[in-house]
Design a protein. Structure first.
Length: 541
C-alpha cells in the first residue's frame, strides 16, 4: 500500500520538523499570497535541493579510477558505525573464478561497433552546458545521448522533488551544480564507505580498462557482501524503457532495518488459501517431508535442514541533513522512496542476469572484446586481494574455497569486458541467489530503509522504512520517461508544495510558479466577482 512507512526513533531528537507539515486545504484567497511571497522567504543552506541531498551524484562526473579492497580484521570485532553492532562474517574470502556458463553466451555476445576507437568525449566527463532557449529537442536528446552520459538514478529522483527545478538546472548548467552542502554530504558517504572498503589509485590506458575497473569493483563489493554481510557503494546498471540507467546504491546488507514492519509485511503478503482437511497436506509440505526422510503423518528423527536458510538482502540509502529532525512524510519523502525502489529494481534485474551486457557496452561505446591493457592487468596483479586458504566464512564454518587464485590469473581468465561481465554475473548468482520458481520469495527484501545523518558530523539522526511498491514505481518511471522524451511539458510543484519555492534558486524567474500565481489571482478574481454578483441580486430582491 502506498505510504506504508515506519520510523526508527532517535530518543533525543524530534522526529519531524514542524515546518514540514503542509496541508492542501488552502482557500483561494490565500493562493496568490502564498505563492507570490514564497520568493521573499529566508533561504536555507541548500539552494538547489531542499531536503537530504536527493541529487547526490549516482553517476560520478569522472570515472572512478580506484580499485576497492575489503577491510577485514581477523583479530577483533568489526564495529558497524551506524548501530554499534558487530558485523558478522569477519573473515574475508579468497578470490574465486567461476567458469562462465556458455549457455548464457547470447546474453553476453558483443555488439560489433562501427568505430570502436571513436572517442569524441570520454564517458562520464562533463560536457559544456547547453544554453537555455527554444531548443526543439527532448531533454533526453539534449542531455543524455551519446557522447554524454546515460540516464542516472538522480535523473529520476530529482524531478520527484520538482521537475521544473531540475529542468532549469539541466538547461542552464548542463547538470545540477554541486553546493557546499552537497559536498559535505558526499564526505559523510565517503567516511561510511571507507569503513567497509579502502581504495588505491589505478592507472588505466583505455576506456575498456576504465569500465573493466568498475566491473571489478562490483565483483569485490559482492565478495565483501558475502563475507561480511554488508557492502557499500555498489554500482548498478539497468534499463528503463530501453534506456540505460546507472546508479550507485549506498548500502546492501543482511541486517533487517525494521523487524516489526517486516513481520507485518510477511503476514499481509500471505496468500489466502482454502483450508485443508485434517488428513491433507500441501504439495510443498509433502515434498519437504519426503526429502527429509519422513513419511506423511509419520515421525522422523531428522529435525534439521540440509542447507542453511537463504539470506535476505536489504537496501539502504544514506541521506545527510542540516536539520536534526527527520523530514516530513508524504511529498518531502517521495524522492528517497522513488530512489530506493529504483535501486531495488536495478539490483533485482542485474542479479537475475536480465540486463543485456551488449546493450550496456554499446551505450558506452566500448569494444567489449578488446583485451585489457598489460599495464592495467599488471597494476591489479600487484594488489593482494586474497586471504589464506584456511580462512572460512563465519556463518559457514568451513573454508570458502579449496585454493586461492591471484588477481592476475583471474583477470587473464576474463581478459575482456564480455568475459569480466560474465564473471560478475556469476558472482551475483553466488552472492544473491534467486529461486528457480516465482512461488518462492526473492532474496532482495521489499523492505528498504533511508538512514538520515547530520551533514556536519555524520551522526545518526534516525531511520525511516519504506516498502517496494511496483504499482507506484512503474507508473512513475513511465511518466518520467514521457517527460524525458519530450512527450509532455515540464511540471512544477502544486499549491500544497509551494514551500519548496522559497528554497529554490530559480523561483524568481520560474514560469510554472508565475503561471500558478496568475491562475490563483484569476480564480480569486472570478470568485469575488461571483460573490459580488450574487450580493447584488440578493439586494435587488
Amino acid at each position: 500500500m502506498p505510504g506504508l512507512e515506519s520510523l526508527v526513533d532517535c530518543p533525543s531528537l524530534p522526529l519531524v520538523a514542524p515546518e514540514s507539515d503542509y496541508g492542501s486545504d488552502i482557500d483561494d484567497d490565500a493562493v496568490a499570497t502564498l505563492l507570490s511571497g514564497a520568493g521573499s522567504q529566508p533561504s536555507v543552506e541548500t539552494v538547489l535541493v531542499s531536503i537530504e541531498d536527493p541529487v547526490l551524484q549516482d553517476a560520478p562526473s569522472t570515472v572512478r579510477r580506484s580499485v576497492r579492497f575489503q577491510r577485514t580484521r581477523l583479530d577483533e570485532v568489526v564495529e558497524d558505525c551506524k548501530t554499534g553492532k558487530p558485523m558478522y562474517g569477519l573473515k574475508r574470502e579468497a578470490t574465486i573464478e567461476i567458469e562462465y556458463d556458455e549457455r548464457n553466451g547470447v546474453a553476453f555476445s558483443p555488439t560489433r561497433l562501427a568505430d570502436p576507437q571513436a572517442t569524441a568525449a570520454k564517458e562520464g566527463e562533463d560536457v559544456a552546458p547547453e544554453q537555455p532557449g527554444d531548443d526543439p529537442r527532448s531533454p533526453l536528446a539534449r542531455f543524455r545521448r551519446t557522447p554524454k552520459k546515460p540516464l542516472s538514478v538522480t535523473d529520476f529522483v530529482s524531478p520527484a522533488w520538482c521537475e521544473q527545478q531540475y529542468w532549469y538546472s539541466l538547461s542552464r548548467y548542463g547538470r545540477v551544480k554541486q553546493t557546499p552542502a552537497m559536498r559535505k554530504g558526499s564526505s559523510v558517504h565517503k567516511v561510511l564507505e571507507e569503513q567497509v572498503h579502502r581504495e588505491l589509485r589505478v592507472e588505466v590506458k583505455t576506456r575498456e580498462d576504465a569500465f573493466g575497473l568498475r566491473i571489478w569493483n562490483v565483483i569485490q563489493g559482492l565478495r565483501t557482501l558475502r563475507a561480511t554481510g554488508m557492502t557499500r557503494e555498489l554500482e548498478l546498471w539497468g534499463f528503463v524503457e530501453d534506456e540505460l540507467v546507472n546508479g550507485i546504491v549506498d548500502e546492501v546488507g543482511t541486517t533487517c532495518p525494521d523487524e516489526e514492519l517486516e513481520e507485518k509485511m510477511l503476514i499481509a503478503g500471505k496468500t489466502k488459501t482454502k483450508p485443508l482437511e485434517a488428513n491433507q497436506q500441501t504439495l510443498s509440505s509433502f515434498l519437504t517431508s519426503s526429502q527429509n526422510g519422513a513419511t506423511p503423518g509419520g515421525d522422523s528423527s531428522w529435525l534439521g535442514t540440509l542447507h542453511p536458510p537463504p539470506k535476505t538482502f536489504y537496501i539502504t540509502d544514506v541521506k545527510t541533513r542540516q536539520s536534526t529532525a527527520l523530514p516530513g512524510t508524504g511529498s518531502p519523502s517521495k524522492p528517497v522512496h522513488i530512489q530506493l525502489m529504483l535501486y531495488h529494481r536495478l539490483l533485482t534485474s542485474l542479479s537475475r542476469n536480465e540486463i543485456p551486457a551488449a546493450d550496456v557496452f554499446a551505450r558506452y561505446r566500448l569494444n567489449s572484446e578488446a583485451m585489457f591493457s598489460d599495464s592495467f592487468i599488471a597494476e591489479i596483479s600487484q594488489l593482494d586481494f586474497n586471504m589464506p586458504d584456511n580462512v572460512s566464512s563465519a556463518d559457514e564454518g568451513e573454508p570458502l574455497f579449496e585454493s586461492s587464485q591471484d588477481s592476475m590469473s583471474e583477470l587473464l581468465a576474463h581478459n575482456s569486458l564480455t568475459s569480466l561481465w560474465g564473471s560478475m554475473i556469476q558472482e551475483f548468482a553466488r552472492t544473491i541467489p534467486h529461486p528457480s520458481t516465482n512461488s518462492q520469495p526473492s532474496p532482495i527484501s521489499p523492505l528498504m530503509a533511508a538512514e538520515y545523518r547530520l551533514r556536519s558530523t555524520g551522526a545518526l539522526i534516525g531511520k525511516r522504512s519504506f516498502k517496494y511498491e511496483s504499482d507506484v514505481i512503474e507508473p512513475y518511471l513511465e511518466d518520467a520517461m514521457h517527460w524525458w522524451r519530450g512527450e509532455r511539458p515540464t511540471r512544477g510543484v502544486e499549491i500544497e508544495d509551494a514551500f519548496k519555492c522559497r528554497m529554490c534558486d530559480f523561483a524568481e524567474g520560474c514560469s510554472w510558479r508565475k503561471g500558478r500565481v496568475d491562475k490563483g489571482i484569476e480564480r480569486t478574481r472570478l470568485r469575488r466577482e461571483s460573490l459580488a454578483k450574487a450580493g447584488r441580486k440578493k439586494s435587488e430582491v
